[in-house]
Design a protein around this ligand. Sequence first.
Ligand SMILES: Nc1ncnc2c1ncn2[C@@H]1O[C@H](COP(=O)(O)OP(=O)(O)OP(=O)(O)O)[C@@H](O)[C@H]1O
Ligand SMILES: [Mg+2]
Length: 323
Amino acid sequence: MKALLSVKDLRVNFYTSAGIVKAVDGISFEIAKKEIFALVGESGCGKSTTALAIMRLVPYPGKIVGGKILFKNKNLLEATGEEMTQIRGKEISMIFQNPLTSLNPVYRVGHQVAEAIVLDNIPKRKAWKKVIELFKNVKIPDAEERAYSYPHELSGGMRQRVMIGMMISREPSLIIADEPTTALDVTIQAQIIKLLSELRDTLETSILLITHDFGVVAELADRIAVMYAGKIVEMGNVYQIFENPLHPYTGMLIDALPRITKKEGRLEEIPGSVPNLINPPSGCRFHPRCPLKKEVCSTEEPSLVEVERGHFVACHLYGGGKA
Ligand SMILES: Nc1ncnc2c1ncn2[C@@H]1O[C@H](COP(=O)(O)OP(=O)(O)OP(=O)(O)O)[C@@H](O)[C@H]1O
Ligand SMILES: [Mg+2]
């Protein structure tokens, strides 16, 4: 696989007054060109922190303390501030859960997207034409008219389409979509999912999809990494993960699926909760919640091992030796 993005042993800490939160604790994965790669896991497991690290936007009191992020073979952790500004928006763009907080309330949405386009030295009038074209691409009805709307005049689904339009306006090679459908109702979610998958085909973009929702993942992702408490516990393609989930945590997430789709798609119903990342449990971090735990699980940390081609799991049930 030729990787567009390759994250190697990434570590991010938050230095809080209560202690050091190891939010991302040595994770590695690759995303190929045109691939949709999903990071899944419950709240607080480090998904957004991973995304922000790739953009080099980890907020204070957070710090990237180790690893490499190779994008087009360049280590972004060594890039200058200026290089990162170039890369953000142009090469890698990010879409957040709540488009209202990302759109400026006092500007018409068309103008906001045009502003991104003129950054590429495209004259204003041409940029406006491109905005209308983009809005049509993301299936905004009456695009010419809607471009003059203010964010509050649009529905949540339409605002997310505007965001996606803005995100693709500079034709990035990688889109990071952090919970792009969580704030939307189920039918609108399905439309946005369809749109993202079409854009991957037409623009040949790679997508890093971050979500709680295994249902969204099943529909959209090529490969999946399941995160738990700052670590990747299982990784494989969509068939491997859904047909042969190996880690007990992955199994529980999938079993919870029919129930959670009825209940706004969240995963909070699995018994127990993600541990505090200042003092995580010893051994396998999942052991306090694991129905299949053995003695070794509380003492030794399992390492991520490849059990079939491209399918990795970190669990003592599969011989995961010492990390
Ligand atoms: N600004 C911050 N200051 C201190 N700790 C933080 C900060 N941001 C995140 N963390 C901690 O880092 C860990 C990972 O958080 P992160 O937001 O990456 O999780 P997530 O998987 O995206 O969760 P969610 O699904 O709720 O968005 C959590 O323990 C969180 O409390
Ligand atoms: Mg998050």
